[in-house]
Design a protein around this ligand. Sequence first.
Ligand SMILES: *Cc1c(COP(=O)(O)O)cnc(C)c1O
Length: 397
Amino acid sequence: MTNKTQQWHPETLSVRAGSEHSAFGENSEAIFLTSSFVFENAAEAAARFGGQEPGNIYSRFTNPTVTMFQNKLAALEGAETCVATSSGMSAILACVMGICSTGDHVVASRSIFGTSVQLFSSILARWGLQVTFVSLTEPTAWRNAAQKNTKLFFVETPSNPLTEVCDIAELATIAHQAGALLVVDNCFCTPALQKPLDLGADIIIHSATKYIDGHGRCLGGAVLGKKDVLEPVYGFLRTAGPTMSAFNAWVFLKGLETLHVRMDAHSRNALALAQWLEAQPKVARVYYPGLASHPQHAIAMCQQKTGGAIVSFDVKENGESGGKDAAWQLIDATQMISITANLGDAKSTITHPATTTHSRVSPEARAASGIGDGLIRIAVGLEHIEDIQNDLTYLTK
Ligand SMILES: *Cc1c(COP(=O)(O)O)cnc(C)c1O
C-alpha cells in the first residue's frame, strides 16, 4: 500500500484504493477474463512457477481484477492482506481449513448464520473439528468454553436475525488469553460501519454477496488479516479452488465505490423504520442496535458508526407476541418489499426466520435463542422511508 493510500479518508479509499490501470488507460478498472497468463519464454515460466519472479500464472492463484478487489477491501478494513473467495461460506471454510487441523477446537457464537452452524456441526465435525456453541453476549461462557486445543473464536456482530452485539475488544482479549484467534464475520456492518481489526480481532470474514455488492447480483467472500496468519488460508484456496471469479471481483469493485454512501443511507432508513415500528400497535418488540431499548445499545454505539441496516421485530397476534399467522399475514400484505431471505440489497427484503433461514434449527433451539414464530427480519433498502412504511400498514391497525 502506498503512503498516499494510508492518508486517504475511508470514502476515498472506497473509490480509489486498489485501482490499477492497463496500458489502455481505462478509468473504470478492467475485467481480466482469462484463465491463464502467458510467458515470454520457458525460463520466465519456470521463474514464475518457482516463485523467483512475481506475476500471474493462473486465475485460481491470482488474477489482476481479483487482486484489485482484495487490495481495496484490505485498505478499507485496515488489513495487511485479503484473500477473495467464491462465496461467504467458502471464506469461512477456507479460514478453518487453513488454520485448524483434526482434533482442534473452535468456540462459536450460537447466533451465527444458519449455514455457518451447519458447516461447523455437520461437515467440519466429520473431519474431527470440535465445536462448542455459546451465547454471543456472555463473555464468561467464552472463557469457560476455551480449551487447550482451541484455535478460533467465531462471532457475528450484530447477529442474525436478533441483532445481538458483543464487545469485540473484550472477546479479543479472552481469545488471546486462551491462545486462540478471534474471527469476526463483518458482513452486517462492513468496514464502513465497523472495523474489527482496530478493536483487536485477528481475522475478518465477509460475504461480499451482501453489502459489498449492495445490489444482489453476485456471490463472493473474503478473508482478511495478517499475512502470516492468512498464508495457509490462501494455500488452501489456491489448491482446493473456491476462489473468486474475475467477473464477480469486478462487480464487487464497483460496489465498494459506493459503500459509504449506501451504508449511511441504509442506516438512516433502518433507524427511522425501527423508531416507527416501536410505535405501531401490532409490534410487540423491535430489535435494532441503534435504539436505546436495545440491550447492547451502548456497546454498539461505541464500536459501530450506526445501528446498521437490519431491523427485526415481533408481530403481535391477538394482542400477544409471537404468532406465525400474523407474521405471514404481514409478509403477504406487502406489495413492494421483496419476500426473500437475502440481505444487503438496494431493495428492502422481508423474511420470516422461523420458517426460512432458521427452519432447520429445532423449535427448542430456536426458542432458546429467542427466534420466535412471530419474528420478522427486514433488511432495510434504499427506497424512500415513507414508501417502506406504507408497505407495512398491516402493523398500524
Ligand atoms: C450470507 C451470509 C454468509 C454466507 O455468505 P454466502 O455468500 O451466501 O456464501 C455468511 N455470514 C453471514 C453473516 C451472512 O449473512
